[in-house]
Design a protein. Structure first.
Length: 118
């Protein structure tokens, strides 16, 4: 992350394919095909809610996988429970992670950090 002109953090984009291509050329390889692993994104990536409140997790998947959707599994159901449509409900005070996993490719998983206050 880097600071932008307003002093806020902004993400740094890195081209993995371009770097791998440069390394392949430097090593004398004729191979230029690089397939980076797809990623799973969340909006938001974390939340703080009160007991009884809920938050909706929006999943961002690669287009080829997006039709199948994702699963949501609470790390501690005494703190939060999940619904199949991405809603997370705070049921007890504490912190937990919600594991969000692509249905089409279960290797793609990412945590959603949740804090539940009284």
């Amino acid at each position: 992350m880097r600071l932008n002109s307003t002093g806020l953090l902004r993400p740094i984009q890195i081209s993995i394919a371009g770097a791998a291509l440069a390394v392949a050329r430097a090593c004398g390889s004729d191979s230029t095909t690089v397939t980076p692993n797809p990623e799973i994104g969340l909006i938001p990536t974390s939340a703080t809610i009160s007991v009884g409140d809920s938050v909706k997790i929006t999943v961002v998947l690669p287009p080829a996988l997006s039709g199948a959707g994702a699963t949501y599994v609470s790390g501690n159901t005494a703190i939060a429970i999940t619904r199949t449509n991405g809603w997370v409900i705070g049921v007890g005070r504490g912190n937990t992670n919600i594991a969000v996993t692509s249905v089409a490719d279960t290797r793609l998983t990412t945590p959603f950090s949740l804090s539940v206050t009284p």
